[in-house]
Design a binder for this molecule. Structure first.
Ligand SMILES: [Ca+2]
Ligand SMILES: [Ca+2]
Length: 74
C-alpha cells in the first residue's frame, strides 16, 4: 500500500491492492466505479505500489510491480 494526495485536497489518500481510498477528514472511504482512477488496473498478486509525480506535470503517477508482469508505469 502507499499514500499520496491523489485528489489534491491537502491530505493523504490510500492505494492498496484492494482499492483506492479517499481520505475524508481522517476516514478512508473506498472509491469505486468511474470515480476510481485505478478501476481498470489489475494489480495481480504480490504487488507493491509507489505514487509519485514522475514527469512533474502536477498529476500523481503510479509505479506498480508484481510477480506476474514486473514493473509497470501508469
Ligand atoms: Ca487527498
Ligand atoms: Ca505526473
Amino acid at each position: 500500500m502507499t499514500f499520496a494526495d491523489m485528489d489534491k485536497d491537502g491530505d493523504l489518500d490510500l492505494l492498496t491492492n484492494s482499492g483506492y481510498y479517499k481520505n475524508n477528514n481522517g476516514t478512508f472511504v473506498k472509491i469505486e466505479g468511474n470515480n476510481n482512477p485505478f478501476a481498470t488496473v489489475n494489480f495481480g498478486s504480490n504487488t507493491m505500489h509507489t505514487l509519485v509525480d514522475l514527469d512533474n506535470d502536477g498529476d500523481i503517477d503510479l509505479i506498480t510491480s508484481n510477480s506476474d508482469d514486473g514493473v509497470l508505469l501508469l
